[in-house]
Design a binder for this molecule. Structure first.
Ligand code: GLP
Length: 244
């Protein structure tokens, strides 16, 4: 789906999420959302906050699971995804604190694999993810599934790609301050969602969008595995779609 600009695209995505939340509420079931960070979804979150404030959209029955977090990363740090999600979304809506799940960047290294197993278990116990939101990194990562991540990969600790750390450098006041590792849901965990929306804006994403949509599925561009999902939408502005 190609929109003239990211503003229109974001509003359309937010409306789709709102429809899902209302449908689930009408059925008396929670809506389980998989959420992403980065600059791409921020306008979607702002629109959801507006719908909450102005149209009474309630998140009381919503359960969320975030894709990833830097590692190590204290939750109150400026660059943590915990802080990001609270700033853009959770502090402004009526979601119960216990319904929010974000990978914990303070887990002890020796506890990481057990922690990741439990994160997957919690998703399963919530009934699985209804709708997974995704951005895409220039390396072709979804979540932090860098090149080399297989289609079956699950939630785990990964090593960040050099390009990803370069892209994050300004957030951390220098590449040397960007963590070398991150916790991320796997490609396989993402593909388990019932529905997926991958968004990309701007000319900087045009090349990786082309590889994702038109290339053969491969570990070297993990986002290409989205082609195997039966219900995925790729939502783009014109600049990100320019090479298709
Ligand atoms: C980070 C996040 C990804 C996100 C990517 C793109 O690496 N972990 O989930 O998709 O950045 O970032 P942006 O949306 O700022 O381009």
């Amino acid at each position: 789906q190609v929109y003239p600009d990211s503003e229109l695209a974001s509003v359309a995505v937010a409306r789709q999420i709102a429809d899902l939340i209302r449908d689930r509420a009408a059925e008396g079931r929670p809506a389980v959302l998989g959420l992403a960070t980065g600059s791409t979804p921020t306008r979607v979150y702002e629109e959801l906050v507006r719908l909450h404030r102005e149209e009474g959209l309630s998140f009381a029955g919503v359960v969320t699971f975030n894709l990833d977090e830097y590692f190590p990363m204290p939750p109150d740090s400026l660059q943590s995804y915990v802080r990001f999600m609270h700033e853009y979304l959770f502090d402004h809506i009526d979601i119960p604190a216990g319904s929010v799940h974000i990978p914990d960047g303070t887990v002890r290294p020796e506890d990481v694999s057990e922690y990741c197993r439990r994160y997957e278990e919690q998703i399963e116990q919530a009934g699985g993810i209804d709708l997974q939101l995704l951005g895409i990194g220039r390396t072709g990562h979804i979540g932090f599934n860098e090149p080399g991540s297989g289609a079956q990969s699950r939630t785990r600790l990964i090593t960040l790609d050099h390009i990803t750390r370069t892209d994050a450098a300004s957030d951390f006041y220098g590449e040397e301050n960007v963590p070398r590792r991150a916790l991320t849901m796997g490609v396989g965990s993402i593909l388990d969602a019932r529905q997926i929306i991958m968004m990309a804006w701007g000319e900087g994403k045009a090349a990786v969008v082309k590889r994702t949509v038109e290339g053969e599925p491969t570990d070297s561009v993990p986002a290409t595995y989205l082609q195997r999902h039966p219900a995925v939408q790729v939502v783009l502005d014109e600049a990100a779609a320019a090479e298709l």
